[in-house]
Design a protein around this ligand. Structure first.
Ligand code: AMP
Length: 397
């Protein structure tokens, strides 16, 4: 069966067509600037060059129509429409309603709508993607795969904030966590690589990308993760602040004469390593170059980023009363050896020794700790699309 994986944002739509038998990517692409002037679709059929077409895309229905047109094109296409057996949709927030992926029906759509206030930028866009696909492929089953689902196993002491309990009861204000598909995929994959039983392993996954989060997975269940009600909590990220004292918000409002909305925009878009580097860059390729050139902003940002990752790892060793393996994944985790080395330098007390040669790896599965290291450290490239395709296939085969 061929599975279409859709990751729909408010003005963009990423897609991949995956063969469920071989798990190969048959084609993938991106629609950009949906509803904005200058929209374009790019499509890369497996083994061929990328094809880009600028074309009006007033809404997501048109974007989906173009996706199907690209996939089924007689020259560069990769499948017939009738071969698409199921569609898997990445949904950002499932609230407490969803602990695993589900086949989409009216009830599921209603439940996703109900938690849209928890992810106002993402869930409405995800729903638009579902509806556009339903319109274009009315008889094809669809599955919702939630970023939050994997973290629903967190115990109460990990997910509750120290707030009046009534806010949890009334508004479901609690920690949810994100990147769950990635944390799930990587924690399972590392157990396979190690030849160990997933259900008896203590794993810490560091998903370090533009958005970044750490999770603690004990005996096959997530027991804590660094993101919270929204993806703003936790690590210092590309442009997001991560953890701060909430009083900072009111303080900035007073000092700068701006409102809460403006401060939240700063915390989401102008902070993180971008803000700390004095607006040098949010991209670790630039920051690494700056670091090596002695740029003070780059050094400040990278040092703070690595310190925070190490601090979270330490807290999750405490949460799990130990750790067997630590995994690095996503853009920075997979590619930036100097960040991995800096983080691991804090963790000598765990008996971790890094294999500096192995740690030069980029984007490949690799053990980067020495043979005698007490805790095994791996680079495990994430593959959220494959994880979505697997869940979709499992529910639709
Ligand atoms: P992601 O959000 O997982 O796509 O990660 C994006 C971030 O990964 C970028 O902002 C970069 O900081 C980092 N990144 C991606 N590729 C590389 C690379 N080859 N070398 C260093 N950093 C990279």
């Amino acid at each position: 069966m061929k599975i279409l994986v859709i990751n729909c944002g408010s003005s963009s739509l990423k897609f991949q067509l995956i063969d469920s038998d071989t798990e190969a990517v048959i084609g993938k692409g991106l629609c950009e600037r949906i509803g904005i002037e200058g929209s374009k679709i790019s499509f890369t059929p497996a083994g061929k060059d990328k094809i880009t077409k600028e074309t009006p895309m007033p809404d997501h229905n048109e974007a989906i129509r173009l996706v199907i047109e690209a996939i089924t094109d007689p020259v560069n296409g990769v499948a017939q429409l009738s071969e698409i057996g199921a569609v898997g949709h990445r949904i950002v927030h499932g609230g407490e309603n969803f602990t695993s992926s589900v086949v989409i029906n009216d009830e599921v759509i209603k439940a996703i709508e109900e938690v849209s206030d928890l992810a106002p930028l993402h869930n409405p866009a995800n729903l638009i993607g579902i509806r556009a696909c339903q319109k274009a492929m009315p008889n094809v089953p669809m599955v919702a795969v939630f970023d939050t689902a994997f973290h629903q196993t967190m115990p109460e002491e990990a997910y509750l904030y120290g707030l009046p309990y009534s806010y949890y009861e009334k508004y479901k204000i609690r920690r949810y966590g994100f990147h769950g598909t990635s944390h799930s995929y990587v924690s399972k994959r590392v157990a396979e690589i190690m030849g160990k039983d997933y259900d008896s392993l203590k794993t810490i996954v560091c998903h370090l990308g533009n958005g970044a989060s750490v999770s603690a997975v004990k005996n096959g269940k997530c027991v804590d993760t660094s993101m919270g009600l929204t993806p703003l909590e936790g690590l210092i990220m590309g442009t997001r602040s991560g953890d701060i004292d909430p009083s900072v918000i009111d303080f900035i409002e007073q000092k700068e004469g701006i409102d809460t909305k403006a401060v939240m925009n700063i915390l989401n878009k102008k902070s993180g390593v971008f803000g700390l580097s004095d607006d040098l860059s949010s991209d670790f390729r630039d920051l690494e170059a700056g670091y090596n050139a002695g740029n003070k902003g780059a050094i400040r940002a990278v040092d703070a980023f690595c310190y925070k990752v190490a601090k979270y790892i330490g807290s999750y060793v405490a949460a799990m009363n130990g750790v067997d393996t630590i995994c690095f994944t996503a853009g920075i985790g997979e590619n930036t050896s100097f960040v991995r080395e800096k983080v691991l330098a804090y963790l000598g007390y765990l008996g971790i020794t890094i294999d500096k040669e192995a740690n030069k790896v980029h984007g490949e599965e690799k053990l980067i700790s020495t043979a005698d290291s007490k805790v095994k450290v791996y680079v495990v490239p994430t593959n959220e699309e494959l994880a979505i395709a697997r869940d979709t296939y499992a529910l639709c085969k």
